[in-house]
Write a protein that binds this ligand. Structure first.
Ligand SMILES: Cc1cc2nc3c(=O)[nH]c(=O)nc-3n(C[C@H](O)[C@H](O)[C@H](O)COP(=O)(O)OP(=O)(O)OC[C@H]3O[C@@H](n4cnc5c(N)ncnc54)[C@H](O)[C@@H]3O)c2cc1C
Length: 381
């Protein structure tokens, strides 16, 4: 088993690390405090092809494999998790489903501008009463002549209000007593689509999260993504990919918190010696480093399995997301502990990492939902 990165993967990681350290990290604190959307940082990432990293070059993307995608998201999140989630959502739950399920016309019209970074994407599955239980959607799409007419409310839309292209899951009918869900591509300028509220969040505050309201939004039938009734297939297929991305993002946040805690522990003196020389602190650092390494390996393994076209990538993606997100919460909490009182202050970055890490066990499927997916997989073996 070869755990080394290839030359291209190394190059991707190094170039993105350099960009993220120089162009993203210095702005992270200001953008977080002011809840400012990072247009400037995204422009730079778009020039590097990172808004369509996993999309083939023929559709305007960078043509990365999933391992490179994972490495890239870790580096971006190490600098600012807000920027990473915007990039992750556009790539994995907007571009990717269009690549997998779109017609050639949809790819040319919607995927190419997304992958080139000319447009931003969003994924609209969750609703006020349907998060984990995504089968309980109330948003409807009624066929009317050559169109579908969409009505409903979508909550927690990452990139909402900034995105031009939305993947929207809506109920189109009933099949054997179950709701038939279909996916649609909805552009931001469709009449009846509006931002009904903007969320003010604990962390990842430079990323925008909104509720979107759909009132008689008319889209042509040619905007249907995949077949009639294939909406949940489109959604779950995208989420498998998204979960590798969130696992990588969590590793990036944890690594940033760990590095700052390590440096601080060498500087801070208590009882006549740097706190890094007290065994209790040494052991914390050892646990943090070990857990980060384990999470990265799990995440890269899921990405490599996806690149190899393996079967159980869904379970592997869930394991990576579950472990990496829980690990990031533990590591960020310890980073604050190592900083003592200073860790609780906005003068130090660890409080931001702690806030940014918190959501990773919730979005793209909570930890409890990942355990349901994993246990289903292991019980089938
Ligand atoms: C910042 C942010 C960004 C987001 N971005 C997007 C986005 O871009 N697009 C999108 O569609 N959604 C998005 N979401 C929504 C997110 O995916 C949901 O919040 C998440 O899936 C959980 O759903 P919920 O909030 O309705 O919680 P609920 O489903 O109400 O869950 C509440 C609690 O119950 C637990 N629970 C539920 N069912 C079970 C069960 N069967 N067994 C055990 N425990 C269970 C959950 O794990 C959780 O702990 C985002 C959310 C946030 C906060």
């Amino acid at each position: 088993m070869d755990l080394r990165l290839n030359e291209e993967q190394e190059m991707v990681r190094n170039s993105i690390r350099e960009f993220a350290e120089n162009e993203i990290a210095p702005l992270a604190r200001e953008y977080d405090e002011e809840e400012k959307f990072p247009h400037k940082q995204l422009e730079g990432l778009a020039e590097m092809g990172l808004l369509g990293m996993i999309i083939p070059e023929e559709y305007g993307g960078a043509g990365f494999d999933s391992v490179s995608y994972s490495l890239a998201l870790e580096e971006i999140a190490h600098a600012d998790a807000s920027v990473a989630v915007i990039v992750g959502v556009t790539n994995s739950v907007c571009c990717y489903p269009i690549l997998g399920f779109g017609t050639e016309k949809q790819k040319q019209e919607f995927l190419v501008p997304l992958a080139k970074g000319e447009k931003l994407g969003a994924f609209c599955l969750s609703e006020p009463h349907a998060g984990s239980d995504a089968t309980n959607l109330k948003t409807t799409a009624r066929a009317d002549g050559e169109d579908f007419v969409i009505n409903g409310t979508k909550s927690w839309v990452t990139n909402g209000g900034e995105s031009e292209i939305h993947i929207v899951m809506a109920v189109t009918g009933e099949n054997a007593g179950k709701k038939e869900v279909t996916a649609f591509i909805v552009e931001d300028d469709r009449e009846g689509l509006s931002v009904s509220s903007v969320e003010h969040k604990l962390g990842q505050r430079a990323s925008k999260t909104t509720e979107l309201s759909f009132v008689d939004v008319r889209v042509p039938k040619e905007n249907m993504l995949g077949g009639l009734g294939e909406g949940m297939k489109v959604a779950f297929n995208s989420l498998d990919n998204g979960r590798i991305g969130i696992g990588s993002l969590a590793v990036g946040i944890a690594r940033a918190a760990y590095e700052e805690a390590l440096a601080y522990s060498k500087d801070r003196v208590a009882f006549g010696k740097p706190i890094s020389e007290h065994q209790a602190i040494k052991f914390k650092l050892a646990d943090m480093a070990t857990e980060i390494e384990a999470a990265r390996l799990l995440t890269l393994k899921a990405a490599a399995a996806k690149d190899a076209g393996g079967k159980k990538t869904g379970v592997q993606a869930s394991m990576a997301k579950l472990y990496a997100s829980e690990m990031a919460n533990r590591v960020c909490a310890e980073a604050i502990q190592i900083h003592g009182g200073n860790g609780y202050s906005r003068h130090y970055n660890v409080e931001k990492y702690y806030r940014d890490a918190r959501i990773t066990t919730i979005y793209e499927g909570t930890s409890e939902i990942q355990k349901i997916v994993i246990s289903r997989g292991v019980l089938k073996d």
